[in-house]
Design a protein around this ligand. Structure first.
Ligand SMILES: [Fe+2]
Length: 360
């Protein structure tokens, strides 16, 4: 082959690869801090097929690649607009401000199934306004190792995620799969960040998938709890601290009660640091519990089949409802308001919070 024909051949290959590429997720923004952010989108490069008969490969799976662009030197407390991959690739996000600037964020979870319901939840969230950021409490998809499920998630979430920053939390259905880490640029599945006068912590309670043995699982959890204590001790000056993890320590779902022994170890830590509110998912309904001065919200109404709230906890449970919903949090100086919204806009629950000055 001459150099010229080789060049033509390479160009032809390149053309074929490019022609097969299509964006199937995003754009979305992750790891947003006061000075930096990462804009990402998911590209399908080809499709693999599978079957038990070589002549009938009826099952297909997309071959995916994540594109990520990190921007640094950004201005805090400012809306930044981007154009990521040309047509359809525009979006925007805000960077966190310093000081007690009012802000709002939305929390939702368990979007893993009933895609039509998930789509209704997202439409309601988009209609509700422009949150500074959103937090997903986990179980984004039914099986995080199934490549075909992620484009469905991103397609439904598109109009929300291109308008705000996204902070994810691992659920058990992500199966601790590398795709979760790749898509959302996650280095460690437990992390924290500051937004104005609030500190937000995201934990990984999916211990069943993090380690192959009980010994390594216990070691992982012990290290995570050590990190949590250290992180919260450094954040005593924050007016509000919100903690997010998938498995709820309190539940009104009878068959789930007493299920997560490890998660119950977080409760005394929440009380010690006077956490403003804890957000979990896993149970597909809305729940609000109050224990030791800490609010525990279960927001798992993002699409997965609803669970009954058949066993409220005496003296702890404040409000339960088995319905699709999302939660909005408004922080305004020394006060904050947590509200759960049904998809028709009805307010399910309202919680007024005061700054935790006494925690300093
Ligand atoms: Fe779950």
């Amino acid at each position: 082959m001459t150099r010229r024909s080789l060049g033509v051949a390479l160009l032809a290959c390149g053309f074929i690869a490019q022609a097969a590429d299509k964006v199937v997720g995003g754009p979305y923004t992750v790891n947003v801090g006061p000075r930096s952010a990462t804009v990402a989108w998911v590209v399908q490069t080809s499709e693999a097929r599978l079957g038990t008969d070589p002549g009938e490969l009826s099952r297909t799976a997309p071959v995916l690649r994540v594109q990520k662009v990190s921007f640094t030197g950004l201005e805090a407390g400012t809306t930044h607009h981007y154009d990521s991959f040309g047509e359809g690739g525009k979006g925007y996000f805000k960077t966190p401000p310093a000081g007690a600037v009012p802000f709002q964020f939305l929390v939702y979870g368990d979007t893993r199934s009933r895609h039509d319901v998930h789509a209704r939840v997202i439409r309601a969230m988009v209609k509700a306004g422009e949150p500074d950021f959103v937090i997903h409490t986990g179980d984004l998809v039914a099986d995080g190792s199934d490549t075909a499920q992620w484009p469905v998630f991103f397609s439904i979430e598109r109009e929300l995620l291109r308008k705000t920053a996204f902070f994810p939390c691992l659920g058990n259905h992500e199966r601790n799969n590398p795709q979760y880490y790749e898509f959302f640029d996650v280095q460690l599945p437990y992390y924290s960040f500051d937004w104005a006068n609030a500190h937000i912590v995201v934990l990984n309670t999916d211990l069943g998938n993090v380690a192959g043995s009980l010994v390594s699982r216990d070691a992982y959890w012990k290290e995570e709890l050590r990190w949590l204590d250290e992180d919260l001790a450094k954040s005593r000056k924050a007016d509000f601290v919100f903690v997010v993890f998938h498995h709820p320590p309190f539940t009104a779902v009878r068959r789930r009660q007493g299920e997560d022994k490890e998660v119950s170890q977080v409760v005394p830590v929440m009380e010690k640091f006077k956490i403003s509110a804890v957000f979990s998912g896993h149970d597909h309904n809305y729940q609000h519990h109050l224990k030791g001065g800490v609010r525990y919200i279960v927001t798992g109404g993002g699409g997965a089949p609803l669970y009954p709230v058949d066993a409220p906890l005496a003296g702890i449970t404040q409000k339960v409802e088995s319905t699709e919903h999302y939660v909005g949090i408004q922080v305004n100086g020394k006060t904050a308001k947590v509200q759960a919204f049904a998809l028709d806009g009805r307010v399910i629950d309202t919680i007024d919070l005061a700054a935790r000055a006494e925690a300093r």
